[in-house]
Design a protein around this ligand. Structure first.
Ligand SMILES: Cc1ncc(COP(=O)(O)O)c(C=O)c1O
Length: 350
C-alpha cells in the first residue's frame, strides 16, 4: 500500500483523526438502530445550529444517494431538473437521478461550471411551460463548490433561488464540497444555503475528512414529510446510523468543517501558484476552492499521471486540451504540493 498523497481526488484521503475519535467514542454499548439514537439526535440538532431552526437533516451513505434522494423527495416523474452540463448529477451518477428519482435532467452549458440566470433563461423552452407534452422544470440544482472548482457567492445563489421560486421551482445545492465553498468565501454555511433561499442541500462529509457520510438537509418547511420512506427505498438508510451521525456531529461541532476545508483550499491555491510558475502550464478555470484544473503539456501528463509506485497522481479531465484535475484534501501538505511542482518543472527541462 502506498503512503503517498497525490491529487487524484479528495476521496483518496483517509479519515481525520478527530473523526476517528468520534467513531470510537460512539462505539460503546447498544443504542437503537435506524437513526433513533442519541448520536443522530445530536447531529440533527447540530445541523440546526448551522442551518437554522427549520433545518431537517437526514444522514445518508454517499453523495449520489443524497442527490438522488433529495431530488426524489421534491419532484414527480413528469418534472425536469435544470443543472449545469458539467454537473455530477448528469455526468457521474450513472443515470441514477433519471432512473431512481424518475426526472428528466436538463443540462445547460455553463462556463466554469456555474449556472447563471441568463444561461437558465436561454436554456429553458419557455413556450413549453404548462404544455402537457413536455417535462416541466421543477428544480434548479447547482453544485457549490462546482465540479470545476469554482464557487457561487451567497448573492449568486440567492439570485438563482429567487428566480426558481418566482417560477414555481425549488433550488437544490449539491454540497459535496459546500464546506470548501463556505471556507473559501469566509462565510457561514447558512449564508450559502438557508439565508440564500435554498430549499434542500446535499451536505458533504466524506470529501472533508469523514470515513463516509453525507446528509440530506431540508431547509424549507413541508419538504421532508415522506423523506424517511424515500431514504429507505433507495437503500440509503443505515441501520447503525450512530456511526455516520457521530462523524457529522464531530465535523460540525467546533470548526473542524472549516479547518479541513480551508486547509484543502489553501493547498489548492499554493498548487495553482506553484504549477503556473512552470512554463507551458496554465489554469483552465479559476481556482476558488480545493480543485485545480490546469493545462499541462502532453509529455508532463505522460510522466506524472502515475507515480513510480503505480499510484494515480491526478486525473486527465479533457484529453484533447490536456486539462487535468488536481484535487487537494484536508491532509495535503505543502511538501506534497512543492514536490509535485518540482517534478512538473523537471519534466519541462528534461
Ligand atoms: C459534485 C459532487 N457531487 C456528488 C458527489 C458524490 O459522490 P459519491 O456518490 O461518490 O459519494 C461527488 C463525488 O465525486 C461530487 O464531486
Amino acid at each position: 500500500v502506498s503512503a503517498l498523497r497525490g491529487f487524484a481526488s479528495d476521496n483518496y484521503s483517509g479519515v481525520h483523526p478527530e473523526i476517528v475519535e468520534a467513531i470510537l467514542a460512539a462505539n460503546e454499548g447498544h443504542v437503537s438502530a435506524y437513526g433513533d439514537d442519541p448520536y443522530t439526535a445530536a447531529a440533527r440538532r447540530r445541523f440546526r445550529e448551522h442551518f437554522g431552526d427549520r433545518a431537517e437533516a437526514f444522514p445518508v451513505f454517499n453523495g449520489t444517494g443524497a442527490n438522488v434522494d433529495a431530488i426524489d423527495a421534491i419532484t414527480r416523474p413528469h418534472h425536469a431538473v435544470i443543472c449545469a452540463a458539467t454537473s455530477h448529477l448528469t455526468l457521474d451518477e450513472a443515470g441514477a437521478p433519471e432512473r431512481i428519482a424518475g426526472v428528466k435532467l436538463l443540462p445547460i452549458e455553463a462556463p466554469d461550471g456555474k449556472l447563471t440566470l441568463g444561461l437558465i433563461e436561454e436554456g429553458i423552452d419557455w413556450g413549453r411551460i404548462g404544455d402537457q407534452h413536455a417535462s416541466q422544470p421543477r428544480l434548479i440544482s447547482i453544485a457549490n463548490s462546482t465540479e470545476l472548482g469554482t464557487v457561487y457567492t451567497p448573492d449568486e445563489v440567492g439570485a438563482l433561488a429567487e428566480f426558481a421560486h418566482a417560477h414555481e421551482m425549488l433550488i437544490h445545492v449539491d454540497g459535496a464540497r459546500i464546506c470548501n465553498a463556505a471556507a473559501a468565501l469566509e462565510v457561514d454555511l447558512a449564508a450559502l444555503t438557508t439565508e440564500a433561499g435554498v430549499d434542500v442541500l446535499s451536505f458533504g462529509g466524506t470529501k472533508n475528512g469523514l470515513l463516509l457520510g453525507e446528509a440530506v438537509v431540508f431547509l424549507a418547511d413541508g419538504l421532508a414529510d415522506q423523506f424517511e420512506l424515500v431514504r429507505k427505498q433507495t437503500g440509503q438508510l443505515a441501520s447503525k446510523m450512530r456511526f455516520i451521525s457521530a462523524q457529522l456531529d464531530a465535523l460540525l461541532s467546533g470548526d473542524l468543517w472549516r479547518r479541513n476545508a480551508a486547509h484543502a483550499n489553501a493547498m489548492a491555491a499554493r498548487l495553482a501558484d506553484a504549477i503556473t510558475a512552470v512554463e507551458g502550464v496554465s489554469l483552465a478555470h479559476p481556482v476558488e476552492a480545493n480543485g485545480v484544473f490546469a493545462r499541462l503539456p502532453a509529455p508532463a501528463i505522460e510522466q506524472l499521471e502515475w507515480s513510480a509506485d503505480g499510484a494515480r497522481a491526478f486525473y486527465v479531465w479533457d484529453e484533447p486540451t490536456g486539462v487535468v484535475r488536481l484535487m487537494c484534501s484536508w491532509d495535503t501538505t505543502g511538501g506534497d504540493v512543492d514536490a509535485f511542482a518540482s517534478r512538473l518543472s523537471d519534466t519541462m527541462t528534461r
